[in-house]
Design a protein. Structure first.
Length: 85
C-alpha cells in the first residue's frame, strides 16, 4: 500500500498545503487517475509515497519537496506537523 497526498502550493511557493490523503494499492494507476477531480478544486501538486501511514507520507513530502526550499508544509487533513531540524 501507498499513501497519495494531494495538495497545492501557495502562489509564493512558501507553503505546500496537503488537502487530501488516500491509501492506494502500489502501482494502481487507475486509482490515482480516479482522484484527478481534486485538481478541479485548486490542487496543483500530488505525490504517492510507499509508506503505511499518513504521518509518514507527510514527513516524506516535507523532506522531499518543502525543506530544501525553506517552505512550510501545512497538513489540513490530519494536522500532522512534520519533524523539522
Amino acid at each position: 500500500m501507498s499513501i497519495l497526498l494531494i495538495g497545492r502550493w501557495s502562489t509564493d511557493n512558501a507553503t505546500l498545503s496537503i488537502t487530501a490523503s488516500h491509501q492506494v494499492d502500489d502501482e494502481d494507476q487507475a486509482a490515482v487517475d480516479a482522484l484527478r477531480p481534486a485538481f478541479a478544486n485548486g490542487a496543483n501538486w500530488a505525490c504517492t509515497f510507499p509508506v503505511d501511514t499518513h504521518r509518514h507520507a507527510v514527513q516524506r513530502a516535507y523532506e522531499e519537496f518543502a525543506r530544501d526550499d525553506d517552505a512550510w508544509l501545512d497538513d489540513t487533513v490530519e494536522h500532522v506537523e512534520p519533524v523539522t531540524p
